[in-house]
Design a protein around this ligand. Sequence first.
Ligand SMILES: [Zn+2]
Length: 566
Amino acid sequence: MRTLAITLFVTIIAIGCGTPAPPPEIIETGVELELPSGFDDASTTIVADNLLADVSRLASDEFEGRGPGSDGDRMTREYLAGRLAEMGYEPLFDDESYEQTVEIVGLTANAPTDWSFTADNGSSVSYRFADEYMIVAGVQEPRVAVTDAEVVFVGYGIQAPEENWDDFKGADLKDKVLLMLNDDPDWEPDLFAGERKLSYGRWDYKYASAARQGAAGAIIVHTTESAGYPWQVVRASNIGEQFELVAGDEPRTLFNGWLTWEGSKALAELGGHDLEALIESARSRDFQPVPLGVTTSIDLGVDVHPSSTANVSGILHGSDPDLAYEMVVLSAHHDHFGIGEPDDTGDTIYNGALDNGVAMSQALAVAGAFASLPERPRRSILVFFPAVEEQGILGSKYFAGSGAVHPGRMVTNINFELGNVWGKTSDVIIYGLGKSELDDWLAAAANTQNRTIRGEQDVKAGWFYRSDQISFARIGVPAIWFKSGVDFIGREPGWGETQYAEWIQNKYHQPSDEVEDSWILDGLVEDAQLGFMLAAAVADADVTPTWSDGDEFEATRQEAVADLGR
Ligand SMILES: [Zn+2]
């Protein structure tokens, strides 16, 4: 064992992208990373050529964009399982399989061109599909119909006992349509973790919350500020086939919708209300649901298309007889959008090289580095490639709920998503900074690379809830997603922000997300080595990182560990 003792000052600064960065907040943290012998040699096995070889295969046209349920999906899974096998990882699942089948259902709602709402006095408003309203099916059935359902404004639609917050107050909301605000209350620093978005502020929580009230449907009042993205994203993400896990016995609304801000204002006005006044009333623990005096009907035909894919996972068993039962989980989703609409050049293959080819290559490289250690780490290393992340983070959610591995046995999840192909940076971004002690551990590791840690600038965008780490967090596993920041070494200030912005504009979720000769992979290598150091330190530690005091996932972790009963 080699002990790397570090006491450091971590500078936490928001990214200055568009708006000026606030002054740096200096926090002191002391973390001791214990690394296994042979760590440095193992770390040098992570090299650009290997990363490039994996991503070049996975993002090649032959893999057809890795769309769930496609031939390309099957080839991807075989490739990943083959790589794990050759590195000495054993199959994780029953019957000596690297694959865990994930049954999915594709739902395509045939939304009406116009959706109308009627006031008690007979006047009405109607909205144009895609431009003013969006709707998706809430149930996996070929037809969804609601007749003259009452519309009720329910504020944020949140029930959070730990915040002493309940927007429903026991009102009878059965079979009603709930109009709800996006985001969570954040006008005081102590309220729902202040500005930062918690899961209470995400659309998936809102719809589940409405379903628990027995509501027929839910409509979110969309604003760019409260969502963290513009209407265009709501529109693009919800047109066409939507994948879901096969429905269980959880409560479900019949439909879920969004209205633009202008549309929401008009809806409130139709019932004689002022939306801004309603929102003001919702900014209080005393808020009561407000029936708007408006009803609506809708009749949706739904194409229901069952399909299946699989998560891929292998395990490297740990060396400590007591601790090998526990595992550090490395993850990187393997799916992308497959073959779809052609772009300007006529290309129809959504290769997903950055999303998420480079991240898979990082997870494979870290897996290889662990396998090359002269002695295995004390805890086991689980390498996990979840399916169907792009449309709902479904594969990891299925795994988390499947009981294939008890949540208490997983001590940390390190997720790789997207990546940096523009060179080395002096900073590292942690999405959702402040949630767990993993931040301090990563800061200590980053310090060995002369890099500093920062959070993402747009804390309201809720990035922590938007990739596979969230599935692990929800079952209590301390989880982290980090990658290179924006301060590229040897580049002008602002250069990094420009690269990311141009990539989002020209390549994100488009056929042009392909492997390119211009890529500079030394930053990607450094990030993978950082992940290896963090994973190795946790795998060998006497005491593993926990959630921050009072974090939303802390209680779930304690229950999981207690339930394991070791
Ligand atoms: Zn992705």
